[in-house]
Design a protein around this ligand. Structure first.
Ligand SMILES: [Zn+2]
Ligand SMILES: [Zn+2]
Length: 163
């Protein structure tokens, strides 16, 4: 993994600790009494290394070498990895990316998606959570899974000199 020492860790698009997420996925599988299959392992490793969101069909394509991997196989692995808390799904792009945070139960995470380089950064916000609950209350809506996605420009792209 290439790490630029001048860039703070939060600003790195691909600063995912692949080993940490893998061991989390393994212990989740063990706790559920299911196998951490090679497919699950390969999908997670690919996402952790890519550092950018990928759609299921892209993942299937990338993993097709000697044997063809079908999108449905990738989907199944992605479902497991989502349950294990190792990846997130970007609803706006139907794409998935690895996450090495340990999110608390019911935590509201804001995904910031850069339209230039495609990197995603995450921030947890209680303020946003409270705001969303307040909005939902006005209509009696019961929120289950709050998803907040911001499209924009990351600090690196915003600061890059225009050529
Ligand atoms: Zn996360
Ligand atoms: Zn960017």
């Amino acid at each position: 993994m290439h790490l630029d020492p001048d860039v703070p860790s939060e600003a790195r698009g691909n600063g995912i600790d692949g080993d940490a997420v893998e061991s989390r996925a393994r212990s989740y599988a063990a706790s559920k009494g299911v196998l951490f299959t090679p497919m699950r392992q390969r999908v997670l490793a690919l996402l952790a290394a890519s550092g950018k969101p990928m759609a299921a069909y892209e993942i299937a394509e990338k993993l097709s070498d000697t044997r063809k991997v079908h999108a449905v196989q990738a989907y199944r692995a992605l479902e497991f990895l989502q349950d294990a808390g190792c990846i997130h799904r970007l609803a706006s792009r139907s794409a998935y990316f690895a996450c090495d945070h340990l999110h608390g139960e019911g935590e509201t995470v804001v995904f910031m998606v850069c339209g230039q380089c495609g990197a995603v950064q995450e921030a947890v916000s209680d303020l946003v959570a409270r705001g969303l609950r307040g909005v939902a209350k006005t209509t009696g809506f019961r929120p289950l899974r709050p998803i907040v996605e911001l499209e924009g420009e990351c600090a690196t792209c915003a600061g890059a000199p225009a050529i």
